[in-house]
Design a protein around this ligand. Structure first.
Ligand code: BGP
Length: 469
């Protein structure tokens, strides 16, 4: 068979990612309202909180300059809804508008393409007090917020992402600080809330196309290739179930505007069928994303669940990927793990790209991928993160494989541009290309240092992905 050697596309968006609450700090300045992340109780006092994070709010110019030095072509960041509309659905805060105007202008100055996530785990606490996503009024609030963003930034921002990892919020909400309904028919309430987010996302995609002729918008779930633990047909069933419940359930609605019938049947058996109002299905159908953005960290391996499965005994990563009666995650002995126990599977990355593209045929944008580890400054102020270089070498190689297998991918924005506070494991779990001098307990001087991986990535970008070296 002839081996194709297609290069990365000419304008490939080599970038990096962050999210507002994990990087900005300045949680209560310039009129910002509280988000659910600002008020969440920090369970472990030894973990960095987000009040300062890495103070990107005050240091974004210097940070963007470093990104420029690295040669980044894009920067994927999120806008904090509570800076723009402090109580979620009331007055617009001009200082918040100004902050992101400045940030976007700074990116444009260096020809870095802004890729904006509209909502990344940080719902307004005021909206949460009124029921959050369980309340249909939050749909209207999200639409209003989107309109403000499109009006103010639509002249410069071409790529929009609606909601970051809606599927992870639904499956693992409490771990990342997103409140999910408790008590009563919990499952039904959670999927009701999910439906409201789906409708909100659809409305915003429609609005984007109406207001901005040249903008492109898409969903940004976390998608994983799923393997069966064995060749037992039962385990293959579990893998199929997980693909549906974890991946396709979310993308089918976002892309095709329909609910996956197998997921619905499962929910019906659990007495968890949520309510859909008359117009909702029409709204879902109208929305047409221009691309699919997705985050990938690892594949998952599953077996058919034991009937006495005790969920409280599972690790975080297993819980996100286990659903009673459908599938149970097991660890995959063929894969190495990160220092924080996450499996590493570059080939799974290629498989994920292929599966999504084959199913939906839309251009793909990678909005997160990366490895969390313990980095430290050596006495020469250098950070030797060879393990991160190896991770990226292997993953970028697999993007190229996917391209040569026929997949259309137009950007790679690994997590993260700069060290930031992890969703639940503090800043000691570092992901950045740029090191920030702080610890979980002490803010220190917050000085920035480029890690070895950032110099390596610079060469990758310069060679448009040819030199992984
Ligand atoms: C994704 C989130 C990010 C980020 C990343 C790493 O799920 O979109 O916000 O934090 O995962 O996860 P963690 O911080 O838990 O290590």
């Amino acid at each position: 068979m002839k081996k194709l050697n297609k290069p990365f596309p000419k304008d490939f968006l080599w970038g990096a990612s962050t999210s507002a609450y994990q990087v900005e700090g300045a949680w209560n300045v310039d009129g910002k309202g509280l988000s659910i992340q600002d008020v969440k109780p920090i369970k472990d006092a030894s973990l960095a909180d987000i009040k300062v994070a890495v103070d990107h709010y005050h240091k974004f110019k210097a940070d963007i300059k470093m990104m420029h030095e690295m040669g980044l072509k894009s920067y994927r960041f999120s806008i904090a809804w509570t800076r723009i509309i402090p109580d979620g659905d009331g007055e617009v805060n001009s200082a918040g508008i100004k902050f992101y105007n400045d940030l976007i202008n700074e990116l444009i100055k260096y020809q870095i393409e802004p890729i904006v996530t509209m909502y990344h785990f940080d719902l307004s606490d005021a909206l949460e007090q009124k029921g959050g996503w369980s309340n249909r009024e939050t749909i209207t609030a999200f639409e209003k917020y989107a309109q403000v963003l499109f009006e103010n930034y639509g002249d410069r921002v071409k790529y929009w992402l609606t909601i970051n990892e809606q599927n992870i919020m639904i499956m693992l909400g409490e771990i990342i600080g997103v409140k999910l309904p408790d008590g009563g028919n919990k499952l039904k309430s959670i999927y009701q809330l999910n439906h409201h987010m789906m409708v909100a996302q659809a409305k915003v995609m429609v609005l984007c196309h109406k207001m901005l002729a040249n903008a492109k918008i898409g969903p940004a779930p976390n998608i994983s290739a799923i393997y069966s633990d064995s060749n037992k047909p039962e385990d293959a069933t579990a893998a199929l179930n997980m693909r549906i419940m974890r991946n396709w359930f979310y993308l089918d609605v976002a892309v095709k505007g329909v609910y996956n019938p197998i997921a619905l049947a499962y929910l019906e058996k659990q007495d968890a069928l949520f309510e859909i109002q008359v117009d909702d299905l029409e709204v879902l159908k109208q929305a047409q994303p221009d691309f699919i953005a997705f985050n990938y960290y690892a594949s998952a391996t599953v077996k058919f669940p034991e009937s006495d499965l005790d969920f409280s005994q599972l690790t975080d990563q297993q819980r996100v990927r286990s659903v009673a009666g459908m599938y149970q995650q097991v660890s995959n002995d063929s894969l190495n793990k990160t220092e924080f126990g996450w499996e590493i599977d570059p080939i799974g990355f290629k498989n994920t790209l292929k599966e999504i593209y084959e199913r939906y045929n839309l251009p793909l944008l990678v909005t997160e991928n990366g490895i969390g580890g313990y980095d430290s400054l050596d006495k020469n102020h250098q950070i030797n993160d060879d393990y991160r270089i190896k991770y990226y070498q292997e993953h970028i190689f697999q993007i190229k494989e996917a391209i040569n297998d026929g997949v259309q991918v137009f950007g790679y924005n690994p997590w993260s541009a700069i060290d930031l506070v992890s969703t639940h494991e503090g800043i000691k779990k570092r992901y950045g290309f740029i090191y920030v001098n702080r610890s979980d307990k002490e803010i220190l001087d917050l000085k920035r240092y480029r890690k070895k991986s950032s110099y390596w990535y610079q060469e990758v970008i310069k060679s448009n992905g040819e030199k992984l070296g």
